[in-house]
Design a protein around this ligand. Structure first.
Ligand SMILES: [Zn+2]
Ligand SMILES: [Zn+2]
Ligand SMILES: [Zn+2]
Length: 397
């Protein structure tokens, strides 16, 4: 147990086996109630709240004691890949996750690891964790931090389709004093987590993120919306994260390898002539222009800064990689039926600005505009689509 004696932000005492059992039980309970809510209770008065980065956001209104949101999206990934990304058994993994995927998380630490992954149950883990979430408007609301049990596991529906999920529930933690001096107010997670479900399309998963949270303080809806968008962006970034994992497991050419004597000097996609030093796609090796390729930042296979490298991959290869899995490189998703799920070439190329950086430098004038637009735009325009739940419900019968 790598984290047993770990002394990062808190000094964690040696847990007795009774304490361990208690936390494990709590985590199991939280995991089951998350699944229960996602798969069996669609009839909550959900109200469409927002749509951002391909993620639909719904709010459960009239919940007096806490905030309850659900985000729905799709991802080109496998359960194996997601479980690997959510492996928090080392500080390096936590750091990588925060820097690569969660723009709204300031810091995250695993305080204790209850279960090690085994060959028999490779996707089951349980942790005691702490994290700090960036305030959407730091000059007005302070950051929030959370101490919680996180349980991860896979499951199978009656249909034979698999799923994987993680659930987080806050605990009373006498060993983790509140960090007001550092600008954090302690919040409470009530079975927050994410459920990933296999779909009929190989390599495409449904993503249902449930956020049930008590901020311990009030926050107006426009500020909450900024925070929700950061979370939605995190869900969307997961696509990129999986993409990078796949690139890492691929054989890529060195950037210098060049067979230009036999080829022309124009981009093989848009035909534009490359006058100066041209680039090659490091996957297929063809000459490609900057507009038809993207440079990916890769951490190598170990997710560490030391192995950091930059690789140039053309959009044609990017699309092929997105439809593939690391475990089975030759399996390509059925393009015809899932064409709408695979981003268009243009979408792959768009380097979205870091919306959270922009949010952190928000001006008073922008704040006023946000408040105004929120007032004008209070009527939700999205229809609530919970058909995925109905489908899974009927499958479970
Ligand atoms: Zn060349
Ligand atoms: Zn081009
Ligand atoms: Zn290529």
């Amino acid at each position: 147990m790598a984290y047993q004696q770990h002394t990062g932000i808190f000094k964690i005492p040696q847990l007795t086996s009774e304490q361990e059992q208690e936390y494990l039980h709590l985590g199991e309970d939280s995991f089951q109630s998350l699944l229960e809510r996602v798969l069996n209770t669609p009839n909550i008065p959900w109200q469409a709240e927002d749509q951002y980065d391909g993620v639909s956001i719904f709010e459960e209104k009239h919940e007096p004691h806490h905030l309850s949101y659900r985000m729905i999206s799709k991802i080109n990934a496998t359960i194996e890949e997601l479980a690997r990304i959510h492996d928090f058994s080392s500080p390096a993994n936590c750091k990588c996750y925060v820097s690569e995927y969660a723009t709204d998380i300031i810091n995250m630490e695993t305080l204790h690891s209850f279960i090690e992954r085994t060959k028999e149950r490779p996707f089951r883990q349980a942790y005691l964790k702490w994290n700090a979430i960036r305030s959407p408007v730091p000059m007005i609301f302070c950051h929030r931090d959370f101490v919680y049990v996180e349980t991860q596991d896979e499951f199978e529906l009656n249909s034979g389709l698999r799923g994987w999920a993680f659930a987080q529930r806050s605990i009373k933690a006498p060993f983790a004093p509140k960090l007001y001096d550092f600008g954090y107010a302690r919040g409470e997670l009530l079975d927050t987590g994410c459920v990933y479900l296999e779909t009929e399309i190989p390599g495409v998963l449904d993503v249902i993120y449930c956020l049930r949270i008590n901020f311990n303080g009030s926050m107006p809806s426009w500020a909450r919306r900024i925070g929700l968008r950061a979370r939605a962006r995190g869900l969307d970034l997961m696509n990129d994260r999986v993409h990078r994992l796949r690139l890492c497991s691929q054989h890529l050419r060195s950037p210098e390898s060049c067979d230009c004597k036999t080829t022309t000097n124009s981009c093989f996609i848009c035909q534009k002539l490359q006058h100066f030093k041209h680039k090659h796609c490091q996957s297929c090796g063809k000459v490609v222009c900057a507009g038809c390729s993207r440079t990916w930042k890769l951490h190598g296979t170990e997710d560490t800064e030391e192995n950091l490298q930059f690789v140039c991959v053309c959009i044609a290869c990017s699309l092929a990689i997105r439809g593939r899995t690391t475990s089975d490189p030759d399996r390509v998703t059925q393009r015809s039926s899932s064409a709408h799920l695979i981003p268009t070439m243009k979408e792959v190329l768009v380097e979205r600005p870091n919306s959270f950086e922009m949010m952190n430098t928000i001006t008073t004038a922008e704040l006023a505009t946000l408040q105004e637009s929120n007032e004008l735009n209070d009527e939700p325009s999205l229809g609530l689509d919970l058909s995925y739940v109905e489908v899974y419900r009927s499958r479970r019968r």
